[in-house]
Every structure is written in structure tokens, then in C-alpha cells.
Design a protein around this ligand. Structure first.
Ligand code: AHM
Ligand code: MG
Length: 338
């Protein structure tokens, strides 16, 4: 049935995200449909958040709620809304045993029998909300640890290499949904009139090398001498090495990572004297992105180790994050380590 829909519809309207997920499910031996259903619920939540993001200025949803989150940051109205939507929709899916969000102090136990764990940043790039710059949603899906009858905090504190799927949505000029599974990394673009995501970039491969670097250069004086040296190298004139690189920095991880994934290059948020452990969150930002980049043939490191190997000690753990093309990440490691 699905096969015939796929074959006959592809040339006319393209593959939808739902069909893609179903096709993946049929290729996975022993699949029960739970994962498919969970992904469909995440896609629903993203479409709801997208609608609100698009209308935020009109609906009085810009600005701050007046509260601060667990990380001491001011909560934007859209942050709070996106978080509520994801918590609510995941709770209704019946397959999410436990969830953790950048906006929640503690993990949330959802369906006791749900065998999946979902970790997410409901609205990444908050500082860009009020200026109509691209923002997004990032998520990772893991299986609950075996042998446990009820979900526990340990289910959320698994290494990134245990992730079974990860993705992000970017609310930019178009709304794009990038999904990485064990099989491939694919991007889907939302047709706002139909309310469906259609496959727009099948089997994304991150180029081996790019021509851009992406970093908040305002932090230069706070970096280690090694990171400063790498930064200077990116700007130096060297025709043989195709230098200098162009500099691009949006300040929303989803936007900077998305460009790097498609065009290659390197994104870096290293540790600095203000944030000695790094700024980005291991569970909600670094791990999902690292999984996506590795699946697409790219790389992700803390500067000293593979991101997906880091053992999480706490929910809101921060980490340095360097990701992108294999060659560009290798250059960073070589130079920045000194
Ligand atoms: P957020 O999840 O609260 O929006 O914060 C994370 C953001 C990332 O999207 C981005 O890469 C980084 O913080 C930008 O930080 P900075 O403004 O220090 O350059
Ligand atoms: Mg974020």
C-alpha cells in the first residue's frame, strides 16, 4: 500500500515526512510502530510551534515572561509556549517514558510504559526571537535503559552514542525539519498551505571540507591561546590552503549548524574564561547535533573528545562544541590544542 503511494506520488508531490518515517519503519526488523508514532507527534508539535512563531508579532507573543529558567536565563514567551507544546504532545503520544527540556528544572516522567526518552531544546536561539532571525527546535530520541521497570533520571543521562534518532526544525524563511536516523539524514520542507513536510534534501552529506568558520568572535579575549591561534589561522592569507575562510555567525545554533551541515566548514563554541565548561548544553544541543553531523559524514568534538562519548553527569551539563566538516574539525583540534 505504502509502496504504491510512494511510487505513484513521488513524481507529482514528493515524499512526505510521514511516508518517509513509515518506509524507515518497514526497513527496521521488529519495529512496533511506537517510534513512528513518536516521530509523528514530534512533527505535530513542531508544526504547532511553527504556526505560533510565524504569528508571534501579531499574537503578542514576543518579549519575556518575567521568569528565569533553571539556567538563570530570562524566559521568552515563545520559549515557554514551545516547551508547553512539546511536553503536552509528547505526553499524549503514549511512547515517551521520560522527557527532559532545556526549560525544565527536572526530568518529567510521562508514560510509565513508554519505552523512549526525548531530550529537547524547545526554542533554540532565544536571543534572536525579538528580531525575526531564524530560531529552531532541537531534539534527541533514546531508548530507555533495559531492565528498568519505571523510567529514571539515568535514562536521560545516557551518552550521545546511544541516540537512536535526532533532528531539528529551523523556523527560517522556510520551515525545514532535518531528521537523522540510523539510515540517513534527510531534510523536509513544510508546505504551509498543506501543513505537511515534504522531502527536500534526501541523504544529506556534510562536505569533507568547507570555506566558512562560525564562532562568536566577541569572545576572542576570553579564549585559550590555542583557540585564538585557530581563529587567526582562519583569517590568514594562504592561497595553497584556501585561506582565509569566510566568517558567518547567526547566534542560533540551528541556523549556524544547518548552514555548516549543508555547505561544510566549522562551527565552534569553545570554552572561554566566562563559560569555562562551554555554553551549549550537552543533552539538548550538542548531542543531537553531534549525532546528525556524524550520520551525515561530518564530525563533532569538545576539542578533546568525541561529543557522543561524553558521559553526562547532570541534566543541564554544558560542553564546548565544535562541529562540521571532518577536515575542518580536525584542523581545529590540531591547532586549538596547541
Ligand atoms: P538558547 O538555547 O538559550 O537560545 O542558547 C543557545 C544559543 C545557541 O543557539 C547559539 O549557538 C548560542 O547560544 C549563541 O551564543 P552567543 O550569543 O553567546 O554567541
Ligand atoms: Mg539552545
Amino acid at each position: 500500500m505504502i509502496e504504491s503511494i510512494r511510487v505513484s506520488a513521488e513524481s507529482v508531490v514528493g515524499t512526505t515526512l510521514r511516508e518517509h518515517v513509515l518506509i524507515c519503519m518497514r526497513a527496521a526488523p521488529g519495529a512496533t510502530g511506537a517510534f513512528t508514532s513518536l516521530l509523528n507527534h514530534i512533527s505535530l508539535a513542531i508544526r504547532i510551534v511553527n504556526t505560533r512563531v510565524r504569528a508571534a508579532g501579531l499574537a503578542g507573543m514576543l518579549g519575556y515572561t518575567g521568569e528565569t529558567n533553571v539556567q538563570g536565563e530570562e524566559v521568552q514567551k515563545l520559549d515557554a509556549y514551545a516547551n508547553d507544546v512539546l511536553v503536552n504532545v509528547l505526553g499524549r503520544s503514549g511512547h515517551c517514558g521520560i522527557l527532559a527540556s532545556e526549560e525544565l528544572e527536572q526530568v518529567k516522567f510521562s508514560e510509565a510504559s513508554g519505552k523512549y526518552v526525548v531530550l529537547f531544546d524547545p526554542l533554540d536561539g532565544s536571543s534572536n526571537i525579538d528580531t525575526n532571525v531564524s530560531i529552531g527546535t532541537i531534539f534527541a530520541i533514546l531508548r530507555r535503559q533495559q531492565g528498568e521497570l519505571v523510567p529514571s533520571l539515568q535514562d536521560a543521562l545516557q551518552r550521545g552514542k546511544e541516540i537512536v534518532a535526532a533532528g531539528y526544525a529551523i523556523y527560517g524563511p522556510q520551515t525545514e525539519f532535518v531528521l537523522a536516523t540510523s539510515q540517513s539524514v534527510d531534510a523536509f520542507t513544510l508546505d504551509p498551505n498543506i501543513g505537511e513536510f515534504f522531502l527536500s534534501r534526501p541523504n544529506i552529506r556534510c562536505p569533507q571540507r568547507g570555506s566558512c568558520y562560525s564562532v562568536n568572535e566577541g569572545n576572542f579575549s576570553r579564549w585559550s591561546p590555542g583557540v585564538q591561534k585557530w581563529n587567526s589561522l582562519m583569517k590568514s592569507e594562504n592561497k595553497e590552503k584556501n585561506l582565509p575562510y569566510g566568517h558567518r555567525y547567526v547566534g542560533s545554533l540551528v541556523a549556524d549548524a544547518h548552514r555548516t551541515l549543508i555547505k561544510g566548514g566549522v562551527f565552534a563554541y569553545p570554552a572561554d574564561s566566562k563559560s569555562p565548561k562551554g555554553k551549549l548544553r550537552l543533552l539538548y544541543e550538542a548531542n543531537p547535533m553531534a549525532f546528525i553531523f556524524e550520520r551525515a559524514g561530518g564530525a563533532a568534538t569538545t576539542g578533546t573528545e568525541r561529543v557522543l562519548d561524553v558521559i553526562p553527569r547532570e541534566l543541564h551539563q554544558r560542553t564546548p562544541l565544535i562541529l562540521g566538516s571532518q577536515e575542518d574539525v580536525a584542523t581545529y583540534c590540531e591547532i586549538a590544542r596547541g
